[in-house]
Design a protein around this ligand. Sequence first.
Ligand code: 6PG
Length: 245
Amino acid sequence: MAVSLHCYATARWAEKSAALIAEQLIEAVERNGTATLMLAGGNTPRPLYEALAKLTKVPWDVVYFFWGDERVAAPDEPGSNFKMAVESLLGPLGIPSDNRRVNPMPSGGDPAQNAEQYEARLRHIFGIADGSTPRFDVVLLGMGDDGHTASLFPGTKALRETERLVVANRVAKLGTTRLTATLRLINNAHYVALLVTGEGKADHLAAALEPGKRFPVQQVDPIHGDLVWMVDAAAGEQLAVECEE
Ligand code: 6PG
């Protein structure tokens, strides 16, 4: 597994990071004829998705979209990771949210059943039987200010899951249960991009880049893939790295 870090001026982060991700999608289509993309939620990715949607060199008509986690929010409610991606990426690309290549995580009803349903959908789309693990071409992740990623929060059960691909994870500190990809699924990916911006993340980013596994985000460790941190100068202010203008 190769680990690299790109630091960009805040004003250029979205555009530069989008270009890196676009290249990975193009390479995936060259390899496989299609590309599988797991989207991150939260706020950080929005400008990146908007920049990505402008890159017409990506063969979007053969990209399959998935989510790495989802809140208990209806697809049209604020806070929905699906809604954010529709607004910033799928909509601008002209891809209908009911397109067969768009695979939102279910958010209503029983979270445990939803997780099982999503896992079954992944297995079906990737054409794999129980026991093996889908290999995403590109996984996008954010990092919370407690070092969580996807909805793998510190001290939660999902962090210890080694068999399932998607689980319903009780997050006591938020008083909610969220669907999340597990580390087994994430760490089987070909390319994982960790997207971190803003001075509020600077302390945790510096800590997350230290050796060790204190935070969930430090357990993102692709077995046979690349891990690429894409950070802006504000988040990277404590790092001894040059941030490209
Ligand atoms: C979510 C995300 C989560 C996010 C971090 C960072 O559903 O919230 O998947 O892992 O990436 O919480 O969120 P921000 O980008 O909003 O800081």
